[in-house]
Design a protein around this ligand. Structure first.
Ligand code: HAM
Length: 422
């Protein structure tokens, strides 16, 4: 039987890789513009980090983690998200001792045992940023503006920014009480997940996707009305800064996010080009995460975006094309040993020219056909007579024209042609 990749994982094929590379280049360019440095943390961590950081009652920790015992009987987990790992690294390397804030970004695979469907995978990739050491509201606005800036520079046209404040543990406790009170009679009508959430994590009922649950929470009190003075003021300042930058947004008082560490600002970016999995970016402030995982009470904020979803949105908008990278030059042989072609190819590569050759002993006609199919721009034809005279024929595949060039001038000549064509 033919083996397949595990359910919910994807191969990124050569035709798709250029999009990913372009995406990653853009990530580095934009993060550099905003003053962020890259951080790379392990793919797996002690399970306890996510239990404490992300929260035991979240779906991610309760149902979706890839957890295993290693040979030393330690419980380890493939990271389901990046924030807890980066927070752990910040504390472990005592970055609080450096000039604050610390602004970092990361790129890489995350793992969640989710039900796979379009836009939802068990191994997916995130680009995220985290900022530690400040609760200044303009940093919230800057962290929200970064993905907006990033999406625009990728050419994505349609997306909506939704923001909310989920308050601090103090105002949330009061809200939790009010919400449970309002939903008390409706528990039997909620979906089974929400019935479970009622005791442990009632706020999550607010963003359940189930139609029935959505109806049932239509008239419940809103957290935005219960915010303490400090949280309300912070939220107002974040909005003012967004207004000052002319950034459109929607305040969604039902936006609560699926991870437990959030406080105050929470936000999501939605692409209308996608189906059910339309959230292309999510983030927010987490002022007590570091304390929860054993550090001092240092505030933080960040976001992560799903690379597969953003690429799908770009594709749906027609911005992406799927083409593998193609060499500019193909060295073909006409009755000369293959080593001659390899020698010329190596010389051209050494001169910085993207070059390939034939490896199947094809006839000259078949080599030209193959090069044409691949989309190569120039074919260098090595013939017996020409080679003796230190020459080769250069064929422009688009124009169909040919010229004879001295081998000693071949690299410079081709480099000139490629430059002109660009
Ligand atoms: P999250 O909302 O769980 O937040 O994930 C962020 C983004 O990752 C989502 O908006 C979505 O685009 C993508 N994503 C999540 N799950 C999947 C999946 N199964 N398949 C494909 N894409 C997915 C976090 O992970 C937080 N750590 C974000 C953050 C950083 N908050 C503060 N700092």
């Amino acid at each position: 039987m033919l083996m397949k990749a595990p359910r919910g994982t994807n191969d990124i094929l050569p035709a798709e890789v250029p999009q990913w590379q372009l995406f990653e280049e853009k990530v580095r360019e934009v993060c550099n513009l905003f003053g962020y440095n890259e951080i790379r943390t392990p793919i797996f961590e002690h399970t306890e980090l996510f239990q404490r950081g992300v929260g035991e009652v979240t779906d991610i920790v309760a149902k979706e983690m890839y957890t295993f015992l290693d040979r030393g009987k330690r419980s380890l987990t493939l990271r389901p998200e990046g924030t807890a790992s980066v927070a752990r690294a910040y504390l472990e390397h005592k970055m609080q001792g450096e000039a604050q804030p610390i602004k970092v970004y990361y790129l890489g695979p995350m793992f969640r045992y989710d039900r796979p469907q379009a836009g939802r995978y068990r191994q997916f990739h995130q680009f995220g940023v985290e900022v530690f050491g400040t609760n200044e509201p303009t940093v919230d606005t800057e962290v929200i503006m970064l993905p907006v800036f990033f999406f625009k520079s990728l050419g994505l046209k349609e997306f909506t920014l939704e923001i909310n404040s989920v308050g601090c543990p103090r105002c949330r406790q009061e809200y939790r009480r009010q919400l449970q009170e309002a939903l008390k009679e409706r528990v039997p009508k909620l979906c089974s997940d929400c019935a479970e959430r009622y005791e442990k994590n009632p706020l999550r009922i607010l963003d359940c996707k189930n139609e029935k649950c959505r109806e049932l929470v239509q008239d419940v009190p809103l957290l935005t009305n219960t915010l303490c003075a400090e949280c309300a003021d912070h939220f107002a300042q974040v909005r003012q800064a967004l207004d000052a930058l002319g950034q459109d947004y929607v305040v969604n008082p039902r936006l609560v996010r699926g991870l437990d560490y959030y406080t105050k600002t929470a936000f999501e970016i939605i692409s209308p080009a996608l189906g059910a999995q339309s959230s292309i970016c999510g983030g927010g402030r987490y002022d007590h995460l570091l304390a929860t995982i054993g550090g001092p009470d240092i505030p933080g904020i960040g976001f992560a975006l799903g690379i597969e979803r953003v690429l799908a949105a770009l594709e749906a908008e027609g911005v992406l094309k799927q083409e593998p990278d193609v060499p500019d030059i193909f060295v073909a042989t006409a009755g000369v040993p293959e080593t001659e072609a390899l020698k010329v190819a190596m010389q051209l590569r050494a001169a910085g020219l993207r070059t390939d050759k034939d490896y199947l002993g094809r006839s000259l006609k078949a080599q030209l056909k193959f090069a044409g199919k691949k989309g190569v721009k120039y074919v260098v034809i090595l013939g017996d007579e020409e080679l003796k005279n230190g020459q080769a024929t250069v064929r422009d595949m688009q124009a169909g024209s040919q010229e004879v060039v001295l081998l000693t001038e071949l690299a410079a000549h081709l480099a000139g042609l490629i430059r002109e064509a660009e």
